[in-house]
Design a protein around this ligand. Structure first.
Ligand code: NDP
Length: 335
């Protein structure tokens, strides 16, 4: 039975269970079934919303209490009745938080063709978060050279890429994060023009005015709540707010009120939400752009890799306290 929990999750809300399974497809399975071995599991904030009885979530993504979480992973096909996949293929897409997953054709999977990059990248820069940064920044944000761009949760899986895309597009880029280690990373390794620790700023409005004396053209929104409220006051005329996520709200029983929304009218701001899966048809185009950048060292990607399924509950919860430095991955098995 699905149930609603709106509070910060705890490690003890999850448990690791052992079941014995055959490492081949059962006789009874249907055509199009695939058995995969999960290699890397992707730890993503949206998973928190799956454990609510959230009717906006597609049924295939919802998690029933007592069953494994669903989520993105990189996996190897062990056995297949699906004409598109054969034993030995590497794939990324939605599987479950388990060592082996029996998947049906309803699970959306992408075949991995390029293996001269770390396989874990298909949980991040070459997977869903990469597509999120790409679709959000280029398709939703309509960036122009010289735009002043602000990014929240800037060192995370999505934010670190948005910042680097914005620099490549000739923008001025400022990010915010919760620790000085992350701020250092943004400025010294990821090429942001400026970065600041929002936890150390007494007055966020003053901080934004310091970094954006002429205002913000594009805000890449990952956090929501109070930060969004103060960003609204600092947007420029015809600014764009790319509403990617609002992680500060996911564990609250009641959303933080946003008081400054009316500035959208006078400043002619466009605020647009988006869901990455609507843009997956652009994945081949994205790969064409991003693979050469990775290989030429023009784009970096910071990962935070936890070892083993036992580390998964802590890694998931860590997303909501900012414990992860970069893309949070869980390494489950070797090829
Ligand atoms: P991250 O790797 O950035 O991890 C989450 C980060 O959010 C934490 O490290 C922390 O960073 C920050 N954070 C957590 N809680 C709070 C809080 N209460 N207030 C402020 N910051 C907080 O995650 P992703 O890059 O994977 O995801 C970023 C956003 O993008 C999320 O909102 C997610 O839901 C959204 N998303 C949306 C998609 C779409 O299709 N629209 C697809 C994928 C992701 P810090 O140290 O900076 O505080």
């Amino acid at each position: 039975k699905n149930y609603v929990i709106k509070r910060f999750p705890k490690e003890s809300d999850m448990e690791v269970k052992t079941n014995k399974i055959e490492l081949k497809l059962p006789e009874s399975c249907s055509n199009n079934d695939i058995l995969v071995k999960n290699l890397y599991i992707s730890c993503d904030p949206y998973i928190r919303n799956l454990i609510n009885d959230d009717n906006n979530m597609p049924a295939a993504h919802r998690t029933l209490v007592g069953s494994p979480l669903t989520g993105y992973a990189v996996a190897k096909v062990l056995d297949s009745k699906h004409t598109n996949y054969k034993k030995g293929d590497l794939v990324w897409g939605i599987t479950r938080w388990e060592e082996y997953s029996l998947l049906s054709s309803s699970n959306s999977l992408f075949k991995i063709h390029h293996v001269d990059v770390p396989l874990s990248y298909y949980t991040g820069i070459l997977g869903m978060p990469g597509m999120t940064a790409y679709a959000g920044f280029y398709e939703v944000g309509s960036p122009k050279k010289g735009d002043r761009v602000f990014i929240s949760a800037a060192s995370g899986a999505v934010g670190q890429l948005v910042g680097q895309f914005a620099k490549l597009a000739g923008c001025y880029v400022v990010g915010t994060a919760s620790t000085n280690q992350k701020v250092h990373l943004l400025k010294n390794e990821l090429g942001f023009d400026q970065a600041f620790n929002y936890k150390e700023e007494k007055d966020l409005d003053l901080a934004l005015k310091r970094y954006f004396p002429e205002g913000i053209d594009i805000y890449f929104e990952n956090v929501g709540g109070k930060l969004l409220d103060v960003v609204l006051l600092n947007m420029r005329l015809h600014g764009r707010i790319i509403a990617c996520g609002m992680i500060s709200q996911y564990n609250l029983e009641q959303s933080d009120g946003v008081h400054n929304l009316s500035v959208i009218v006078s400043k002619r701001i466009r605020m647009q939400g988006f869901v990455v899966s609507d843009f997956y048809h652009l994945y081949p185009k994205y790969l064409e752009m991003i693979l050469p950048f990775i290989k030429a060292g023009k784009i970096s990607y910071v990962e935070d890799i936890a070892q083993g399924l036992e580390a998964a509950p802590g890694a998931l919860i860590g997303l909501f306290t900012g414990r992860n430095v970069g893309k949070q991955v869980i390494a489950v098995a070797r090829e």
